[in-house]
Design a protein around this ligand. Structure first.
Ligand code: NOJ
Length: 531
């Protein structure tokens, strides 16, 4: 089948945390060659593109989200030649390679910052956000970084503070400074010229900061719960209107390439209208933005329906919604939503893949892979080290390929960089052999997506919604999901005429049995007017 164009519409994108996918050289760390070796599996899964977590050279204070060189590959993960080979080999299987671009900050080891820090007169000083101390000699304003500590670090040499919305070793770039735009435009060209299928853009909502560096105001009771987790509304330290200029320029660059690269922003914006703005209203901006409604929502019919209907209402006409429920920051949905119950995982995959739009799966989602309780002594993620939920390490553990030693993640004797979970039946080899596995159920859904039978962009219409059951129609397909551990019986007029494309439950009712729909606990059905 010829690759559809543009490839990213209604696509299935698979996120790979490179260090944890497959270790080809036995050093305990996953690498690009390990991905290359498993492209047949990724094709078999039905993926259109891989989004690779950052692969550029980095001191790894934030495992690649602290970039020291935007034009190369981290030696632990491979070489530029390995990446080129991956792009070519993946393309042979109709799979695009998306990279993670980190434009909000660099590593403090990046030569720009090393130079900037050398003094106020240095040629890269204005690449970063510097400010004199506040009136009391302390930080210039009340902004806090991702750990909750002040977002400013004092540089004794120059007597100024520099801004970092994340770790002190991740200084924020100053997007008011035109040369920063030029640098990143060169970076885009460099990678697009090498054939990458697009970028996931880190902290896409945050690149510009208020020019006056005003204090953030306190949170309001009406703010979204995510904002209310902090004490301040980050209205001056991120979410600035000027950020849209960047994406208008980048969109023009991307649209000039034959491979139709996609810009997929990490857009933490819970106001549906403002979220939709990232796609561009009058002038095109990002091709797609992550909406994180699902990662905050409970796995309940009304909660999911609210996110979906709100998101769709906020998008500009023709915009491509993106659905995701797991990633390397927020954890895995099989654990968060489903308590690692395979029935619920299948129901969740059914919902995710039948909504109109592009789907982003996280490696292991297709297996129902769970978060892993990483013992305190083995935790590595500095940013979330003290978080009682186990921090982000819990969702970055190695991929289970088999039930062999180290789950087949590494062939070498080195200890995997993060511990594996319990080695049980949740692994690729065993699930491939089990017709009832999450993996084989995902494959059914993937085949329907590949054939354009589900996940298309027709309008979503609500058919039924109550505390337990959510049913919606997209084009010729109706999805009915029982998001509870109780049996549900619901009238579904006309259901008797529909054929069953997929059923996540043990029972597979034939079309004639449907009219009133009876759903087992956590059962989801995909029904169609076409056989
Ligand atoms: C968002 C990334 O997903 C996260 O892993 C990282 O720590 C921050 N941005 C900072 O780059």
């Amino acid at each position: 089948m010829p690759r559809k164009t543009p490839w990213w519409r209604s696509a299935t994108i698979y996120q790979i945390y490179v260090r944890s996918f497959r270790d080809s050289n036995g050093d305990g760390v996953g690498d690009l060659a390990g991905i290359c070796e498993n492209l047949d599996y990724l094709q078999w899964l039905g993926t259109d593109a891989l989004w690779l977590s950052p692969c550029m050279p980095s001191p790894n204070a934030d495992f690649g989200y602290d970039v020291a060189d935007y034009f190369d590959v981290h030696p632990e993960l491979g070489t530029l030649a390995d990446l080129d080979r991956l792009i070519v080999e993946a393309a042979r299987r109709d799979i695009g390679i998306m990279l993670d671009l980190v434009p909000n900050h660099t590593s403090s080891a990046h030569p720009w910052f090393v130079d900037a820090r050398s003094g106020p007169g240095s040629s890269h000083r204005d690449y970063y956000v510097w400010s004199d101390p506040g009136p009391d000699g302390g930080p210039p304003n009340n902004w806090v970084c991702a750990t909750g500590a002040p977002a400013w670090t004092y540089d004794a040499e120059s007597g100024q503070y520099y801004l970092h919305n994340f770790l002190p070793s991740q200084p924020d770039l100053n997007w008011w400074h035109e040369p920063v735009h030029e640098e990143f435009e060169e970076i885009l060209h460099f990678w697009f010229d090498r054939g990458v299928a697009g970028f996931r853009i880190d902290v896409a909502h945050g690149l510009y900061k208020d020019a006056l560096l005003q204090d953030n105001p306190p949170v309001l009771p009406t703010d979204h719960p995510v904002i209310r987790r902090g004490k301040l509304r980050p209205v001056y330290s991120s979410h600035r209107p000027e950020v849209h200029q960047i994406y208008r320029r980048w969109r023009q660059i991307a649209d000039g390439y034959e491979q139709e690269p996609a810009l997929l922003g990490e857009t933490w914006e819970f106001d549906y209208q403002r979220f939709g703005d990232y796609y561009g209203r009058e002038v095109p901006e990002l091709h797609m933005g992550f909406n994180f409604g699902f990662v905050e929502a409970a796995f309940r019919a009304p909660d999911l329906a609210e996110v979906v209907e709100g998101t769709l209402a906020g998008l500009p006409p023709g915009a491509m919604p993106v659905w995701t429920a797991s990633n390397h920051d927020v954890g895995r949905f099989p654990t968060r939503w489903c308590g690692n119950d395979a029935r619920a995982v299948k129901a969740a995959l059914t919902v995710l893949s039948t909504l109109p739009g592009t789907l982003v799966l996280y490696y292991g989602d297709e297996l129902g892979m769970a978060d892993v309780a990483v013992p305190e002594a083995l935790r590595l993620d500095e940013m979330t080290m003290n978080k009682p939920d186990g921090g982000r390490d819990r969702c970055r553990t190695p991929m289970p390929w088999s039930s062999d030693e180290n789950a087949g993640f590494t062939s070498g004797s080195a200890r995997p960089w993060l511990p594996l979970g319990e080695i049980g039946a949740t692994n690729v080899r065993d699930e491939q052999a089990d017709p009832g596995s999450v993996l084989n159920f995902w494959r059914q859904l993937a085949a329907l997506r590949r054939d354009g039978r589900i996940g298309g962009v027709e309008k979503l219409e609500r058919v039924l919604l109550d505390d337990q059951v959510w049913a919606y129609r997209v084009g010729e397909v109706t999805t009915v999901a029982n998001l509870s551990d109780q049996v549900a019986l619901r009238p579904l007029p006309g259901a008797g005429q529909l054929s069953v494309l997929a059923s996540s439950g043990a029972s597979h009712p034939g079309a004639e049995a449907l009219g009133d729909v009876r759903l087992d606990p956590w059962q989801a059905l995909v029904l169609s007017t076409r056989p």
